[in-house]
Design a binder for this molecule. Structure first.
Ligand SMILES: Nc1ncnc2c1ncn2[C@@H]1O[C@H](COP(=O)(O)OP(=O)(O)O)[C@@H](O)[C@H]1O
Ligand SMILES: [Mg+2]
Length: 142
């Protein structure tokens, strides 16, 4: 369990997901790669209309990368391998990155932006279904 891929979606819950991953990396002597997938939202931020359509992906990626880098500052240096922001459907991007980066474990939350706590969010469920490595699903604190 040396290389842990952490899915962070930018929601309020991601702090807890990252905490869980940091504690695991400490305990296992592993390192974290933080991954944020950006998919084109159905409702676009106002700024989206100020750039040509072909630049929209880069604009959203840059915003996401900034947020991810801010998160990464809270990870103790030796535990951080890298941060990656990719365009794509989140579950697919996470499963893909885990294979590409030879991750030993994926850590994600049971939910992100959604509500119900007893069921898994769509991304979480798909990742558990399709990942080739083990997946740890962090439940929200009661
Ligand atoms: N865009 C994303 N990039 C990276 N990880 C994500 C993304 N979306 C979801 N995840 C991961 O999947 C977990 C569960 O989220 P999700 O299944 O989308 O729940 P919800 O339906 O509540 O948003 C998140 O806590 C996060 O770890
Ligand atoms: Mg979600």
């Amino acid at each position: 369990m040396k290389h842990i891929l952490v899915g962070l979606d930018g929601s309020e819950r991601q702090a807890q997901v990252l905490d869980t991953a940091v504690r695991l990396a400490e305990a296992l002597g592993g390192q974290l790669t933080l991954l944020r997938a950006v998919s084109l939202p159905t409702e676009l931020p106002a700024r989206a209309y100020t750039v040509p359509p072909e630049q929209l992906g880069s604009l959203l990626l840059a915003d996401a990368q900034r947020d991810l880098d801010e998160r990464a500052r809270r990870v103790p240096g030796p535990l951080l391998r890298e941060t990656q922001t990719v365009l794509g459907t989140p579950w697919h991007a996470i499963v893909d990155a885990a294979t590409r980066l030879h991750a030993d474990l994926i850590v994600g939350g049971s939910h992100g932006y959604g509500g119900l706590d007893r069921l898994l969010g769509t991304t979480a469920a798909k990742v558990v279904d399709h990942a080739k490595c083990s997946v740890l699903v962090a439940r929200a604190a009661a």
